[in-house]
Design a protein around this ligand. Structure first.
Ligand SMILES: [Zn+2]
Length: 355
């Protein structure tokens, strides 16, 4: 009996030792794996920074054919100096931006409560960007729609004015395959930065939403742009593909035979789409993909002014997911888009009011 017990004791001790060893080994493996992942993320970041440095120094440009290179408006900006200037004036800019969008919160509330159509007082828009603000108002009104929202609207709405084709009010959008960040968040981040940057250049900016938790269909968003008398309507989105290797920037524009829009709005929307895509790529070094011409986009069909959907990059691609969700990437995109807005208005100016 005694012998047997001793044997049991030894067995038990051996079992405990083995257990400790197994746990130790597992811990080491987990540590190694975490280290490897971390190293990969670091390497990717270093690669992106190297790429950006190369782009900044002009060593590589995938959009040499963009046709914008001879324009004063798209002269390359020293990003370091620009960032410093932005930081230095950020408080002032914020003030200007707030002045420029006096009714945004009211709009968000009104839309949420289902009583949308309160036009922004015309005189408050005209006064924006003047007086104490750092730049005089330039007379142009830009409406920006940060695509999607935390909710989705499954109720259907007409795909265009008078259309029998019904589409979902608003879809949930995509999500970063690697970052896990939702598209509606990236769209909002970029939209808020874009608002500040445009206000600093004298634009009057109206946002469809400035928070994620809204319930706002695509028709309602186009309605906000119309009520604001916007000169252009920018719809900010991120793309996604089944293939993780697909990357680049593209815009959606109406076809030349879109039944809901005037010929002038169609032509200008197509031009705006080309200009915005090329301006973003010029600044970020992303690839410019072929723009898509479609007449099934509710927010385009209901627009009363030149409109584009900017698909800023693919959240299904590792590099672009990291880029789109980074502060630096978003700042680069915004610099490009602001140049695009300047370029559009310098070429096309205001559209004559429709008869
Ligand atoms: Zn989207």
């Amino acid at each position: 009996m005694k012998k047997k017990n001793k044997k049991l004791d030894i067995l038990m001790i051996l079992t405990i030792i083995a257990g400790v060893l197994v746990l130790g080994a597992a811990g080491t493996l987990i540590g190694l794996e975490a280290g490897r992942l971390h190293t990969e993320v670091e390497a990717a970041r270093a690669e992106r920074e190297a790429k950006k440095a190369a782009t900044d120094s002009g060593a590589s440009s995938s959009v040499a054919e963009s046709g914008l290179s001879d324009s004063n408006l798209t002269e390359s900006i020293d990003p370091e100096a620009a960032a410093m200037a932005l930081r230095a004036t950020s408080d002032v800019i914020r003030g200007a931006a707030v002045a420029a969008v006096p009714n945004v919160s009211e709009y968000a509330d009104a839309v949420q409560n289902g009583n949308l159509v309160t036009p922004i007082p015309r005189n408050s828009l005209e006064n924006a960007g003047t007086g104490e603000n750092p730049s005089e108002g330039n007379g142009f009104i830009v409406c920006i729609d940060a695509g999607h929202e935390t909710n989705q609207i499954t109720d259907l709405e007409p795909n265009g004015p008078g259309s029998d084709n019904m589409k979902q009010g608003v879809t949930s959008g995509t999500q970063g395959n690697w970052s896990g960040v939702y598209e509606y968040q990236v769209n909002l981040d970029v939209t808020l930065k874009l608002r500040d940057a445009l206000a600093a250049r004298g634009y009057t900016v109206v946002l469809c939403r400035e928070i994620n938790d809204v319930t706002m269909s695509n028709v309602q968003r186009a309605q906000i742009a119309a009520d604001a008398n916007a000169d252009i309507f920018l719809r900010i989105h991120c793309n996604s593909s089944d293939s993780s290797s697909v990357d680049g920037v593209l815009c959606y524009a109406p076809t030349s035979s879109n039944p809901y829009l005037s010929e002038e709005v169609i032509e200008r929307s197509q031009a705006l789409s080309r200009i915005m895509r090329d301006a973003q790529c010029e600044e970020t070094g992303q690839d410019a993909l072929d723009n898509l011409y479609q007449d099934d986009m509710t927010g385009i069909n209901w627009a009363k002014m030149p409109v584009t959907i900017v698909e800023m990059g693919f959240m299904s691609n590792y590099d672009e997911d990291m880029f789109l969700t980074s502060e630096d990437g978003q700042d680069q995109i915004v610099r490009g888009l602001v140049n695009g807005v300047d370029e559009y208005f310098s070429q096309y100016g205001k559209m004559e009011a429709a008869e």
